[in-house]
Design a protein around this ligand. Structure first.
Ligand code: GDP
Length: 127
């Protein structure tokens, strides 16, 4: 969960959706990303016009990092969070229900097993 989810008091609402769906929360921690960690986490986007804004936002306050376990976790979680651009995210998805922004879009989720391995490598150092 990104800093906007924490500052808006949406941690419980978001986690609750995953719990209700049947996922097991196997790790979870509130942490503050340093600039270095945020840049590493989002390194595939380095050079894009929104990179600096994204890193600045991700380091603007605490995040809640969590690892979820369950059937087809990557695919199901991605479907539950909705489209990257919240204004385009379907109602009933997390971004569709809680955000109208693109940078402050509530949540990140790995989009493949390979992404999970890389992203967990960055985030797990904070656990
Ligand atoms: P995600 O996997 O759905 O989070 O999307 P991406 O991996 O493509 O992008 C990472 C994050 O960068 C997104 O969640 C947005 O916060 C931000 N982002 C992506 N595309 C854009 C864009 O076109 N403009 C802006 N301002 N931010 C973007």
């Amino acid at each position: 969960m990104k800093p906007d989810a924490v500052s808006r008091g949406l941690i419980g609402a978001v986690i609750s959706r995953f719990e209700q769906k049947g996922f097991k929360i196997v790790a979870m921690k509130m942490v503050k990303m340093s600039k270095n960690v945020a840049e590493g986490f989002y390194s595939p986007h380095k050079g894009k016009p929104f990179f600096a804004e994204l890193v600045s936002f991700m380091t603007s306050g605490p995040i809640v990092a969590a690892v979820l376990e369950g059937n087809s976790a990557v695919e199901v979680v991605r479907r539950m969070i909705g489209a990257t651009k919240s204004p385009e995210a379907a109602a009933g998805t997390i971004r569709g229900d809680y955000s109208l922004a693109i940078t402050a879009n509530i949540i990140h989720a790995s989009d493949s097993e390979e992404s999970f391995e890389r992203e967990y490598g960055v985030i797990s150092k904070l656990f």
